[in-house]
Ligand binder design. Sequence first.
Ligand code: CP
Ligand code: NVA
Length: 307
Amino acid sequence: MKDFLAISDYSPKQIQEMLDLAVELKAEWKSGGNKPILKNKVLAMIFQKPSLRTRVSFDMAMRHLGGDALYLSPAEIGLGKRESIADVARVMEGYVDAIMARVFEHEHVIELAKWAQIPVINGLSDYNHPCQAMADALTIQEKFGNLKGLNIAFIGDGNNVAVSLMHICTKLGANFTIASPVGYELPENPVKLAFEFAKESGSIIKLLNNPHEAVKNAQVIYTDTWTSMGQEEEEKIRQKVFPPYQVNSKLVSEADPNVIVMHCLPAHRGQEITDEVADGFHSALFPQAHNRLHAQKAILVRLLAKG
Ligand code: CP
Ligand code: NVA
């Protein structure tokens, strides 16, 4: 596999191997530092949208592994605007060793990967967020040992983060439940894929509208913003629709007593999650954010350190 564009492209075995590598690289880093296995390698990071975690964690992952990263802001490149994606890909492959791209349209990261002979990593698109899902699985694994048989409940918008979470859960045998408002459910195609993965792994998938039903017996409650980047013009209406889907202390109290609460961040405190939950006993928000570093090191090593 040249690229890392979607969880659905990888087998359960490949995903688990990357998670195992992330565990090893995290332990190595904690005990003094990583070996420079990506020495002289440079990752170009193309951003069409803002970022804190993706930008800083990829940059630091490259540095820890002896390589370097180059940040290209939304004001630069003009992917598909100033220049065609095919031309950008073929120019970049002569300068750098891999590209990480955060794009609006998922097709654009696919197009970049198609034309570039170097690895391309999807750093979030309107469709999915696979690097986030790897960090999420690592975080859940650290808490519960592995994902098999766990009940994971996503509360809110059937968005890019939900798609990748659903796919990693159903690849690795976790039960995935989502509760979204009517009209904001997950798209049909990724759900179909998830049911295929579940046939292999034994995961149970539930697509609901009631958040209270969704969190029953959940070991993980996950939420994300009600309005993703690129949907700003829908914000007003979404603010009216989503309040019943807030992850607050009452909702958390309806889950398994050992539940952890996750959020990919940035959080809109007082909207999809309350301060009390985000900073409370069950919160895994910051270990989860920190695990982006370790999960992405494994992705980078898997794509760049061959031979
Ligand atoms: N979770 C996440 O991808 O955060 P950023 O948008 O800050 O990169
Ligand atoms: N769903 C959010 C995730 C941000 C990391 C968005 O796309 O804006």
